[in-house]
Design a protein around this ligand. Sequence first.
Ligand SMILES: Cc1cc2nc3c(=O)[nH]c(=O)nc-3n(C[C@H](O)[C@H](O)[C@H](O)COP(=O)(O)O)c2cc1C
Length: 273
Amino acid sequence: MTTRASLYQARYGSPDVAVPAAGSTLIDHLLAHRSVRAYLPDPVNDHQLAAIVAAAQSAASSSNLHAWSVVAVRDPARKSRLAVLAGDQPHIRQAPLLLVWLADLARLEQVAQKVGEEHVALDYLEMFEVGVIDAALAAQNAVSAAESLGLGTVYIGAMRNRPEEVAAELQLPPRVVAMFGLCVGTPDPDQPAAVKPRPPQSVVLHNETYSLPAQAAGLESYDTAMSAFYASQGMKVRGTWSNHSAKRVRDTAALSGRDRLVEALHQRGFELK
Ligand SMILES: Cc1cc2nc3c(=O)[nH]c(=O)nc-3n(C[C@H](O)[C@H](O)[C@H](O)COP(=O)(O)O)c2cc1C
């Protein structure tokens, strides 16, 4: 039986983590999240998709503008073409459903035109951020909903590697851009995913004011926890989490083509003033 203490231990990769006196089945469910990269071929049916999208739509939305959309891709040929655009990750082909989450200002442009208003604000970075935030909140609700149905998911940030080509594949109009994909499917029980530890709360939680020095000890213990995690999973990661993470921000090559994202967004009709 999974106890609450074991959920906390896995989440923080530590046997002696404090378990708060406050808890709920929802929080237990969130604590058990893990990205899934191996799926059975079983389809995700329309009822499951409808429930997942209803959960996504239940997220808060900036000014109730709903500046996001999602494209459900099941066609293996289209999924395969999108996989090529997103770093050829095999789980995109394998998952029966790929959800592509969009920052969407096209609908608001149309609404404004319909009621005879200008839409000057759509050209500002702020409105793009509204779309990004709305899409992310909706998607994370979808992840939790899918997991509650026994499905597994993994985000695909690589969907931003080649934004214009993704837009062409999905027939996106101007002012709409893919933020990330989300593979959805039944986890393959023969290749179970593990819960990946998070840094201790001293790293992310600040009381009243922010402090970088206060994070040092927590980051050191996170390096230890992640090294144990890499070893337990047979993952060949060179160095610590800190080494690995530093490599991800070392140069533009690490951005996998996303160093030209501003140019791509301009091409997609976002002025970002
Ligand atoms: C916005 C975003 C983009 C991501 N992109 C990818 C991706 O392209 N490929 C992949 O395999 N995992 C991707 N991930 C999954 C992360 O690697 C994963 O969430 C992280 O390592 C923590 O592991 P966990 O989700 O199992 O807890 C992405 C996650 C997020 C939030």
